[in-house]
Design a protein around this ligand. Structure first.
Ligand code: DGL
Length: 419
């Protein structure tokens, strides 16, 4: 009891309120609650799917890594490829909080309190059975709970990983929580960089300082010296990669702007070695790795940057590192399905949040999305108010440009989605 009180005390009031709210509705019928009995049997828990969430569809890059990872021998759990996908037996439930994104912009308007609540609500959605049908006025309760939560969003990891871990501890449920940032920092360690480190991420992720902090801790714990770490937060690159019409220039043009800004920030830190490792610290950036690398090559042609940027760069894609981390954590907790075992779900499931247009007081823009000012001025603490609803995601719900991106660049995800 004492530990629990200390845990709750360490949380901001609204997150603690949300934990209490979920506890007060143990049958999971109310909004932002889950069926607390779902993990009472260890054997049944192992057969549950794995939940993955992001602020939108960008986290599908992480799901692609999860679906295709072959970095371990499945029978011995030793490192090395064995020709069988490491999560072949597992099934995934993906959730994208598209209606409330971009998460990366809440910090700029001082609304990280609301963002933190959204992130814990994302976890509760994955834990629960409750979802909304695309059409219809009542929620349904047939979504399976999950045995692990992968926070596929860098910004959500930055602001919500600790809250979710504390919530899971307070609820006393045996659910693993893996975040993309710790895995990314481990990826930096494994890159064996000898030069400086640059982090490209959203404005929010950079404002939180989570990458420099976590990379410093990870390298330090491994007994390595910590080189200069510079970061650059972008408000445009993720949108441009998605093909959002609000960002009319090419992805290459936005990538060059961000690479230049990162190189300048790196130079201002007075480094003694060239910038070598680039952390793709936003879900979307692995999709533009080539454009980003080309940008650094172009910058090297300029005398001001020639000695500042390494001739070849090492790219850290936290998605891959996250997939490896999940494998290890599941194995450690003995929650991996064995070769002859099957998940209770035959196929993966996908959900996306959309505005719940019949909620009183909701404000929409002309294109049917949440109005921008409304979206970024909401306050935490209202658990009986649902201005968005999580509905099954079909390819038709994905904006055309994003659908094209998924179809061409994330084939395993596309196959799973189109089933
Ligand atoms: N998924 C976010 C991330 O990885 C990028 C998009 C957003 O700002 O919501 O940080």
């Amino acid at each position: 009891m004492k530990t629990l009180c200390l845990l709750l005390f360490a949380l901001p009031l609204h997150a603690a309120d949300l934990i209490e709210h979920a506890k007060a509705h143990p049958d999971g019928k109310a909004a932002f609650s889950y069926d607390t009995t779902a993990w009472s049997d260890d054997e049944a828990t192992r057969h549950l799917p794995i939940g993955v969430f992001d602020s939108g569809i960008g986290g599908l890059t992480v799901l692609e890594a999860l679906l295709t990872l072959d970095a371990f021998h499945n029978d011995t759990l030793q490192p090395g490829a064995d020709g069988v996908a490491d999560f072949a037996q597992e099934r995934f439930i993906y959730f994208g909080d598209q209606a409330n994104m971009p998460y990366g912009n809440y910090s700029a308007v001082q609304r990280t309190d609301y963002l933190r609540e959204l992130i814990v609500k994302d976890a509760i959605f994955l834990l629960g059975r409750r979802f909304w049908p695309a059409e219809g006025k009542e929620p349904q309760f047939t979504k399976p709970p999950v045995k692990a939560i992968v926070i596929a969003c860098n910004t959500a990891t930055a602001y919500g990983l600790e809250d979710i871990r504390k919530a899971v501890a307070a609820w006393k449920i045996p659910v693993i929580v893996v975040g993309v940032v710790e895995a990314g920092a481990r990826g930096v360690l494994e890159s064996k960089t000898t030069g400086g480190i640059g982090v490209l991420a959203t404005v929010g992720t950079c404002a939180s300082g989570v990458y420099p902090r976590t990379i410093t801790q990870t390298l330090g714990l491994a007994g390595q010296s910590v080189p200069v770490i510079a970061q650059q937060g972008s408000a445009t690159l993720a949108g441009a990669i998605e093909g959002d019409a609000a960002f009319p220039e090419s992805v290459s043009a936005y990538a060059l702007k961000e690479a230049r800004a990162l190189a300048e920030a790196y130079r201002d830190s007075k480094p003694t070695k060239p910038l070598q490792t680039i952390v793709l610290g936003c879900t979307h950036y692995p999709l533009a790795k080539d454009e980003i690398d080309t940008a650094f090559t172009a910058l090297r042609q300029e005398p001001a940057f020639a000695d500042l940027i390494a001739e070849t760069r090492l790219f850290v894609n936290p998605a891959e590192a996250t997939a490896k981390e999940l494998f290890r954590e599941l194995a450690k907790a003995k929650l991996r399905l064995k070769a002859d075992e099957r998940c209770i779900l035959e196929h993966g499931q996908f959900y996306l949040s959309v505005p719940r247009v019949d909620e009183i007081g909701i404000q929409l823009s002309a294109d049917g999305n949440l109005d921008r000012d409304y979206k970024y001025s909401r306050s935490p603490g209202q658990f009986d108010y649902e201005d968005t609803k999580n509905v099954p995601l079909s390819p038709a719900l994905i904006p055309p440009n994003s659908a094209k991106l998924v179809r061409e660049r994330l084939p395993a995800v596309w196959r799973s989605l189109s089933r």
